[in-house]
Design a protein around this ligand. Sequence first.
Ligand code: AMP
Ligand code: ZN
Length: 119
Amino acid sequence: MDCIFCKIINKEIPSYKIYEDDTVYAFLDLNQEHCGHTLIVPKEHFQDIDDIPNDKLMYIFDIARKLKKELTEKLNCEGIALTQNNGFIQEVKHFHLHLLPYYKNNVQMTIEEVYDKLK
Ligand code: AMP
Ligand code: ZN
């Protein structure tokens, strides 16, 4: 299957990994419009919200709660949105949850600077 997120999980292409366990993989989104924009993906390929089993979905939200705390502490963001796209607005057809940090003041960092703070 030609899935870019499966390739990231299998380390066939590089990523800014910030968390990994047997079930999930989390990495920085290449488009850092929000500094610290992170994606959490199940290691198993599921397409979208209709495809992923409940236990995996709950586990992803459990990890999202942990990473929200970590992003807040390390990047000093003041709000975090969790979003998940389906259908034609979903660009990559491997289920993923976005963590989108928000800052009251304008914060600009390169992806390397963000990654350095999270490592
Ligand atoms: P979505 O529209 O929810 O499918 O979002 C897909 C996201 O994946 C976008 O925010 C892209 O910037 C991001 N993305 C695509 N390719 C990569 C990649 N190789 N590494 C990190 N993020 C990626
Ligand atoms: Zn995949």
